[in-house]
Every structure is written in structure tokens, then in C-alpha cells.
Design a protein around this ligand. Sequence first.
Ligand code: C5P
Length: 229
Amino acid sequence: MIITIDGPTASGKSTVARMIAQKLGWYYLGSGYLYRSITYLLMNKFHYTEDALKAPKLDDVCAVTDPHRFHYSYVGNDPVITYDGEDITPYLKNKEMDLLTSVVATNPMVREKLLELQRHIGSKYNVVVEGRDIGSVVFPKADIKFFITAALEERARRWQEYMAEHQYMHYSLNEAANAITERDDRDSHRAHSPLIATADSVIIDNSGLDKEQTLNKMLEIIREKLSLC
Ligand code: C5P
């Protein structure tokens, strides 16, 4: 079974996706980690410049997504991504990766390779998957689809807090709003698999809701749709 959660930056989708996976005892797939990993590997193993990231070479995309070298696993309550056995997870969440990943994510070859990988994981487990094109492209026949969003000021505040707490980087609310708007614009307006809410998605605006309230709202819908107790 598959539950998809799509939505813009800092809508809280990865937090609730993990909480739902934990509650149900399902696998969690954060597809953003995959796109971030490809970006990181092209830059750090294949020496791509920011400019070169706009048009990666087929051989390099094949090398970074090679299933013998690149692994996504969900261990405990956290994703772990390795390449040639090296754990690259700690390097994936920073402002540089945020912005450059949305550039790499416009590339159809990259998306095609990651589509295979995501569907492979979806064929092995009951899974909660979050991202931008999960309900629309990756798993269009998912059992339940959510689209989560919140007001821009609220998302900017969450992003600002995340960056201060996890990256020790301080941004004004304005800078935070600009950073996420730039990324969301690129994700929503690209030609291949843009961020959209499909007609069959349950839309949740969690402005003013904390993560527990958002989780409870979603669990209620999941229990009803999947006839769980
Ligand atoms: O979700 P996260 O913020 O980790 O995603 C990082 C970037 O990866 C997004 O801004 C987007 O450009 C790309 N992405 C995507 N499709 C997905 C998941 C992420 O294009 N399904």
C-alpha cells in the first residue's frame, strides 16, 4: 500500500510523513533526499560546477544512480543514503543543496532514473512517500494522496527555525521567504513533473496547526480510507 504526500517547501510534509510511517509501521521514503543526493554526488564526486549542474551527462547520471553504488535505506526513524558504502546523509540538508537540487531536479534524465528507484521501493514495502510529484507521476494509483501546504509566512518561519537549529545559520523572515519562493517557483513551473495537487488529493492547509494536530487530522483520514482501527 502507498500513501503519497506532496507539497511545497517547509509545509511540514517530511515531519508528518515520518510520523505516519512510524505509527503504521511502514517504510518512509523522502524523495527529496534522492534528488539532493544526486546533486551532492555530481558536485563532490564528479566535480560539477553550479553551471554544469544544469545539464548533467548521461554517463554521470547513470553512475550516481547505479543501484550497486547508490542506496537509500530507512533505518530506525531516519533515512540513510550511501554511495560506494559512504554515508552521505549528513551533507544533504543545507541552503546550497536546497537551491541547487531544484536545478538538477528539472532534468528529465535524473527524474527518469529516480522514478525507477522510487517505484522499486514502492513494490517492496508498504510505504509513505513524500515529495513534489509523488501522487501525480511516481505513484498515480496510490491508495491515499495528500497535498500539504501552509501560508508563505508560516513556511518561511519554519524554514528559518530549521536553518537556525540544524545549520546554525540565521536568516531574516524576508530572506527565508525569498529562498523558499525561488525554490517553489522552480519546482512548480518546470516542464517535467512539476509540483501540483492532483484532483484526487486530500488538501490540508496546516497554517496554524502544529505537527501533532496535522498528524491527527491525517491519521483520521487514513484510518477511514484504509478501514483501520
Ligand atoms: O523535499 P526536499 O526539500 O528535500 O526536496 C529538495 C528538492 O528536490 C525540491 O526543492 C525539488 O526541487 C526536488 N524534488 C523534486 N521531486 C520530488 C522531491 C524533491 O523535484 N519528488
